[in-house]
Design a protein. Sequence first.
Length: 94
Amino acid sequence: MRPGSGRRLGAGVPPMSEIVAAADSHLPQVVRLHMEALPAGENILTALGPRVVAAGYEWLLDDEGSVILVSVEDGAVLGFTSLSDRPYLGSLLR
């Protein structure tokens, strides 16, 4: 977002949703959203299947330098983002 664009952070997020750090209970919905939003032809993890996608997000949840944020309304995950201060480690694919 460019400074002065007039758009506020979170624009388009329903007013009743809450942004929280993801928990294990959010992962099935995060994986479903990932699979729906990122087609297999455009995303290598999606092409490898939901178990691999889940493993990636589990790694992020367990990693001290990473976080997954979810937008939740009435228990449903509406969207998410993930951040990490390091690349995936080899243990993800073992």
